[in-house]
Design a binder for this molecule. Structure first.
Ligand code: AMP
Length: 206
């Protein structure tokens, strides 16, 4: 697992303020990179379902074996498996003062599940950060990452499949959170620091 828990004292928000964030965006928009930065800036754990699945695949756990087939095909892991994993993770004590969920929820059913986990329909979330990025740019980024890291879920065909799945299944979530007044849309293109700065500024001006 690559959860990053920031140190106390450098929080960009008042200490003691729980901040519960979601990070949404197409594959390749830089969610993982920004999640690590935001985790440090706000001293909250970043929870990436993709990282948790990859760790399980690497360790050949029962969950990993089941998830791998879907991940390798560029599809989503079934909600039943994903929801249980997130429910368990959000029961850990380190999320008491806030968290950043990276890559969850991704389906409308997962939105309902998260509402249920958080107890009060959506109101426990502070903001949903939506990272936007141009399709050609994210394809280029993912092909580069694939070559550098040898990720088996990142061939061009699979990348395009994952982008289609995002458009079909995850993009509609933005409207749901928009209707709750939670969406903060940020351009994900540019230097890493620049994008982090944009997100922090956008959250501060809410
Ligand atoms: P990511 O690193 O967030 O792009 O996730 C990598 C892969 O893990 C995805 O393509 C899915 O197969 C799976 N995955 C991650 N998060 C979820 C989720 N919330 N629901 C279903 N599948 C997921």
């Amino acid at each position: 697992m690559t959860e990053t828990v920031g140190t106390t004292g450098s929080s960009a928000v008042e200490s003691g303020t729980a901040l519960r964030l979601l990070l949404v965006g197409p594959p390749g928009a830089g969610k993982g990179t920004q999640a690590a930065r935001l985790s440090e800036a706000y001293s909250i754990p970043a929870i990436s379902t993709g990282d948790i699945f990859r760790e399980n695949v690497k360790n050949e756990t029962e969950l990993g074996v089941k998830a791998k087939t879907f991940m390798d095909a560029g599809q989503y892991v079934p909600d039943s498996l994903t929801n249980d994993l997130v429910r368990d993770r959000l029961a850990q004590p380190d999320v008491a003062d806030g968290f950043l969920l990276d890559g969850y929820p991704r389906t409308l059913q997962q939105v309902e599940e998260l509402d249920d986990i958080l107890g009060v329909a959506g109101s426990a979330l502070d903001a949903v950060v939506v990272l936007t990025a141009d399709t050609d740019e994210v394809v280029a980024r993912l092909l580069k990452r694939s070559a550098e890291q040898g990720r088996s879920d990142d061939t061009e065909e699979i990348i395009r499949k994952r982008l289609d799945v995002y458009t079909e299944q995850t993009a509609p979530l933005v409207a749901v959170y928009q209707s709750r007044g939670l969406v903060v849309e940020v351009d994900g293109l540019g230097e890493i620091d620049e994008v982090t700065g944009r997100i922090i500024a956008a959250l501060a001006s809410r």
